[in-house]
Ligand binder design. Structure first.
Ligand code: PAF
Length: 285
């Protein structure tokens, strides 16, 4: 497996893969890989001749009070895991390599960001689309793989690809979970023992809301509240948000119908966790 740190080396690598007529799959990550990332890499491996994984903690998507400096980094460990998942090439640039000059162009996402995490993290998705656009260009990926745990991110990147006509097919991959249902996340390591025991209630609270919708409730507020009440009772965390919205548009609903997302973010002492369920209900109910 190649580990490439410069744009110049990456371009040469991509050029050669393209010359050989190989289809390229890109797995963008910020490293500190867990099984969620590896499931993206394995899927990319199955569906492409060449798999490039980017590992880059992107400063543009962190707010001033967020954990950019503390975000865990371990390239040696990541390289072993990526190789075991069949990755051909890791692109791990420095910040200076990725952003050599002060930005001349600023990307601003104008839709799908006023709810969920976007509302709490102004500028976050502007940073995500900037780095993802650069990665799409640099890798010339035919397909790019993203986890659906970050469902808002997937919806925003879908909008990016459509708006700017990127010639890449997006693949959304289901969330990988621990046995008790907690979504895998690099931030789970910050949970205390007690918090770790309670954290699976995040997914169970969302299931409680979806169950209410599946039982025929048509008022979005009641579905949301069922999840909120469960989370307040059992998660042991502060609730950041619980929202039921249309998906992927992320608009408020007047009625429980169509494709929807029930999503929540909760705060433990040192970790903010997110999770969601994307679902539709049987219109007959
Ligand atoms: O999901 C992530 O890890 C990041 O937001 C991404 C897509 C790699 C962009 O930095």
């Amino acid at each position: 497996m190649n580990i490439i740190k410069t744009v110049q080396q990456l371009k040469a690598y991509v050029q050669e893969e393209k010359r050989l007529g190989r289809q390229i799959g890109l797995v963008p990550t910020m490293g500190f890989l867990h099984e969620g990332h590896l499931s993206l890499a394995k899927r990319a491996r199955e569906e492409n001749e060449t798999v490039i994984m980017s590992i880059f903690v992107n400063p543009l998507q962190f707010g001033p009070n967020e954990d950019f400096e503390q975000y865990p980094r371990d390239l040696e460990r990541d390289a072993k895991l990526a190789a075991s998942a069949g990755v051909d090439c890791i692109f791990a640039p420095s910040v200076e390599e990725m952003y050599p000059e002060p930005p001349m162009i600023k990307m601003t996402v104008t839709d799908r960001t006023d709810k969920l995490c976007g509302e709490k993290r102004p500028g976050h998705f502007d940073g995500v689309v900037t780095v993802v656009s650069k990665l799409f260009h640099l890798t010339e990926a035919d397909q790019a793989y993203f986890g659906l745990k970050d469902a808002q991110q997937f919806a925003v990147i879908e909008g990016l690809v459509k708006s700017l006509n990127f010639p890449v097919k997006l693949v959304g991959v289901e969330t990988v979970r621990e046995e008790d249902g907690l979504a895998k996340s690099s931030r789970n390591i910050y949970l205390t023992v007690e918090e770790r025991q309670k954290a699976p209630h995040l997914q169970r609270g969302l299931q409680a809301g979806v169950q209410v919708a599946e039982q025929g409730e048509k008022d979005p507020y009641r579905v949301q509240e069922a999840a909120r009440e469960y989370l307040l009772a059992y998660s042991g965390a502060d609730l950041d948000y619980v929202e039921l919205l249309s998906y992927p548009e992320l608009k408020e609903l007047e009625r429980v119908e169509g494709r929807m997302i029930l999503a929540a973010a909760v705060k433990y002492s040192k970790a903010r966790l997110i999770d969601n369920i994307i679902f539709s209900v049987n219109e007959g109910k």
